[in-house]
Design a protein. Structure first.
Length: 429
């Protein structure tokens, strides 16, 4: 079983590299641990994830608005938020080989690399330091943000003043975060640079409302993953124990995914109480009642990279003939591929080219004329393209094309002038 899971992970990593989803960062110089580059298909997949998230969390709601804060902030933010003192993981070092590990991730109390004994654990701060300024003497220490969250809190007043939005409301954001992880690994799962998608939802302090809003967002977030066709049996909630909760959380639950390397955090839902706004000395004034108070915050915090990775793993299928990614069409990097049956028949290529150009105006569409049709189908299956359109000799006679479905491999004939409508309906746009 363990070998099967490791084998699956190897297949995913190799597929991602071979087909242009994910490459090791700066690979030609030996790479750099914990950093990854997204290739042509990876960037499309990530963009689709972010667009779907933004639509569901911001654009389709009246009570949520978005911002895009800077990665580097005044370093005081991180002192006040507690990150310079409490954003730590317990680090142990092997006394023999000097390899370092996160103590809470170890299964045994001896070094997994050489069996050696460990040093006493010490708290290791995950913030990444940078130095800003144009002269050596004048350079000031700052940090690459360790979470995107603080950018929302420090803009709380700006948002309320500029929009007049009223509590309860949320501020959403998507952006890069950086953590000097002790042991990056499991492919992109634990990286040192990654992207987060977060919502901070502000409410009037009240235990009952807090619990209800917490439960509401738990359900919403689970439903979002399910709406993108992830397998239900591979998701679960896990409550944080009292001693594992982050320094800011009153209550925390993770949505976990059953990854080949074990159940792992997909997204966290946190009840942050008034921790952050109180630290930043920010309050909210209800202009109707005149009441002033420090709102409570319910947060949903997910990762774009983990979403991309888990959706690829979840979509992976194989049989004795082919492997395919059964992505939801909403997430598929490429929606349609267009082929002329033969590449040396001018009439077929010209007709296919006009179909391709027409579809490309509205959908992410690829072109392929290499090899035989079977190989082209398999190449598109492997990257999760839901539909392939083939222009053949019948097309020239009756203006119909073959549309082949990725999951069932079934084919049907559709009129070329109905193709746009046909795909729009399938994609529900
Ligand atoms: P973990 O326990 O895995 O270290 P965490 O509890 O510290 O994660 P949060 O601080 O709750 O994570 O971050 C919110 C989300 O950001 C996570 O659910 C995950 O999707 C993403 N994330 C956090 N750290 C990383 C990382 N090192 N690489 C990729 N994504 C990450």
């Amino acid at each position: 079983m363990i070998n099967k899971q490791a084998d699956l992970m190897n297949k995913i990593v190799s597929l991602c590299k071979r087909r242009g989803f994910v490459f090791p960062s700066s690979e030609i110089y030996g790479g750099i641990q914990g950093f990854w580059d997204y290739g042509p298909l990876g960037v499309e997949l990530k963009n689709n994830i972010k667009q779907n998230w933004w639509k569901s969390m911001v654009q389709s709601r009246q009570d949520v608005i978005g911002i895009d804060a800077a990665i580097i902030m005044n370093p005081t933010v991180w002192d006040v938020s507690g990150h310079t003192s409490a954003f730590t993981d317990p680090l142990v070092e092997c006394k023999s080989c000097h390899h370092r590990f996160r103590e809470d991730h170890l299964k045994e109390n001896k070094c997994p690399d050489c069996g050696g004994l460990f040093s006493e654990p010490k708290n290791f701060n995950l913030l990444t330091e940078v130095y800003i300024g144009s002269t050596e003497e004048g350079k000031k220490k700052a940090y690459l943000r360790g979470e995107i969250t603080q950018g929302v809190f420090v803009n709380f007043k700006n948002v309320v003043d500029s929009t007049r939005i009223k509590i309860p409301f949320g501020i959403a954001q998507i952006g890069k975060a950086f953590r000097n992880e002790i042991t990056p690994g499991n492919f992109t799962f634990r990286s040192r640079e990654f992207e987060q998608m977060e919502l901070e939802y502000f409410i009037k302090p009240d235990e009952k409302t807090g619990n209800e809003v917490f439960e509401y967002w738990k359900k919403k977030r689970l439903d979002w993953y399910l709406s993108l066709d992830i397998r239900k049996e591979n998701l679960r909630f896990r409550k944080h124990e009292d001693d594992e909760r982050a320094h800011y959380a009153r209550k925390a639950e993770d949505i976990e995914y059953k990854a080949p390397f074990g159940w792992s955090e997909f997204e966290g839902i946190h009840h942050r109480g008034d921790y952050d706004l109180k630290n930043h000395k920010l309050t909210y004034k209800d202009n109707e009642t005149g009441e002033e108070y420090t709102p409570w915050v319910i947060e949903t915090s997910g990762g774009v990279d983990r979403t991309a990775l888990f959706f690829i793993i979840d979509a992976y299928r194989e049989d004795d003939k082919r492997s395919w990614l059964a992505f939801s069409p909403k997430l598929a990097p490429c929606k349609i591929a267009v082929f002329p049956l033969l590449k040396n028949k001018k009439e077929l290529v010209e007709k296919a080219d006009s179909v391709y150009k027409e579809l490309k105006k509205d959908f992410a569409t690829a072109w392929d004329e290499r090899g035989n049709i079977g190989k082209r189908y398999y190449a598109q299956d492997e990257i999760g393209t839901p539909w392939c359109v083939t222009i053949d000799f019948d097309t020239l006679k009756d203006n119909t094309v073959t549309v082949r479905d990725r999951d069932t491999a079934k084919q049907e004939r559709i009129k070329t002038d109905e193709l746009k409508q046909y795909f729009a309906k399938k994609l529900k746009i």
